[in-house]
Design a protein around this ligand. Structure first.
Ligand SMILES: Nc1nc2c(ncn2[C@@H]2O[C@H](COP(=O)(O)OP(=O)(O)OP(=O)(O)O)[C@@H](O)[C@H]2O)c(=O)[nH]1
Ligand SMILES: [Mg+2]
Length: 371
């Protein structure tokens, strides 16, 4: 849940429920048309729904083999069966279950069930975009949807699928392992996400490959390797124009055996915070809402420019007609119907901009600056 204040703000996006905007919508309906009005409302309602969506979607991304599955193991206390090419989406639930698109539930998502998921879920494997599972226990905080994106770096098609999984979510939790620092390919991938989700949308987790999975090995890592990674991540964030929270360090293999140590609790705390109004979540939601409003404003301006052109054309035509009226006659010819319609459209579109979009945009920016 982003925060109650954000949900309340999202309510203001729906012009159909605000008495102030009903007048604007009525005028728009009469002057420009029902279809335009309905499209505007639908787009604002979609932006509001995305802003207030109670479930926070966090994508687990990283280079192939960086340790995403191992970190999931740390969180939920057991390994999920290897996925047959479809990313997992994982939520907390009462039991370990695989959810079918038609609402079917399959207990104990074991390998056989997963392998057959295409037919079991009522379609061919290609029709299933992801494997939705619930896991029992408190490893995944309520209100969080974790999506395990394919690892990048193998081929372009897989990188594209990874980007698409992250695009559908709020935050990208980037798992980088301590054997190889952030590569150029990783930075490019992250840059793509930042473009659409904003500077707060990436959170770094370093999977620490220890020289020994012991308390001493962890200590040595903290002293000798972690400072390098902190610097490297800060430099990368700077270069990308990102503003991530402090990176969390976990040793996936060590923590799988000892969930209360080796960074396991810090990882769980991070996820719980992200699910419950963390600055990264709120700022990212607001960034996306601002983008939706800006797109809408661009379309509105385009439409307004067309209507203004029609008004100018009608005015020129009107002036020409006045000139050709009988010399000495002072009576004006009445403006044409199309000229009046064009003027009406411009007025209605300006009201949408001034009374609906601009105040929403200004408030979205203000909230984002203060997030
Ligand atoms: N030594 C050590 N090995 C690890 C650690 N974490 C993961 N590994 C190993 O690294 C390999 C890749 O780990 P995964 O968790 O499968 O990584 P992944 O990112 O899910 O990989 P793909 O899904 O194949 O892209 C496995 O052989 C793990 O056992 C760690 O903390 N220490
Ligand atoms: Mg994996």
């Amino acid at each position: 849940m982003p925060t109650p204040a954000i949900s309340e703000f999202a309510d203001r996006f729906d012009p159909e429920t605000s008495p102030v905007s009903l007048g604007v919508l009525g005028q728009l309906d009469r002057a420009v048309g029902r279809a335009f009005r309905d499209d505007l409302c639908a787009r604002l309602q979609r932006a509001a729904a995305a802003l207030a969506e109670p479930e926070v979607r966090v994508t687990l991304g990283g280079r192939a083999g960086s340790g995403r599955s191992s970190l999931l193991h740390v969180l939920i206390g057991r390994a999920l069966p290897a996925d047959p090419g479809h990313p997992y989406t994982i939520r907390a639930g009462r039991a370990d279950e695989l959810l079918g698109p038609g609402g079917g539930r399959f207990a104990d998502f074991d390998r056989a069930v997963i392998a057959e998921h295409g037919s079991l879920l009522g379609g061919s494997a290609r029709e299933v975009s992801h494997l939705a599972v619930t896991v029992r226990g408190d490893g995944v905080p309520g209100g969080l949807l974790l999506a395990d994106a394919p690892g990048i770096g193998a081929d372009l098609a897989t990188d594209g699928r990874a980007a698409a999984v992250a695009h559908a979510g709020d935050l990208l939790l980037w798992v980088t392992d301590s054997r190889r620092p952030l590569s150029r390919a990783e930075l490019d991938h992250l840059g793509g996400h930042l473009d659409t989700h904003g500077p707060h949308s990436i959170v770094f987790v370093v999977n620490a490959f220890l020289d020994a999975d012991t308390g001493d090995g962890w200590q040595r890592f903290q002293q000798r390797v972690a400072p390098f990674y902190r610097r490297r991540i800060a430099e990368a964030a700077d270069e990308l124009g990102a503003d991530p929270p402090s990176p969390v360090f976990v040793s996936a293999r060590a923590a799988a055996g000892h969930p209360g140590r080796f960074g396991g609790p810090e990882l769980r705390d991070l996820l719980a915070d992200l699910a419950a109004g963390h600055r990264a979540t709120v700022a990212t939601r607001l960034f996306r809402a601002e983008q939706a409003l800006t797109d809408l404003a661009v379309d509105l301006n385009r439409r307004t420019a067309v209507a203004e052109e029609a008004t100018a054309f009608a005015a020129a035509e009107h002036a020409a007609r006045l000139l050709t009226t009988a010399r000495g006659a002072v009576s004006e010819t009445p403006r044409s119907r199309s000229a009046a319609a064009a003027v009406g459209q411009v007025g209605a579109l300006h009201r949408v901009r001034d009374e609906l979009l601009e105040p929403l945009l200004a408030e979205t920016r203000r909230l984002r600056d203060n997030a």
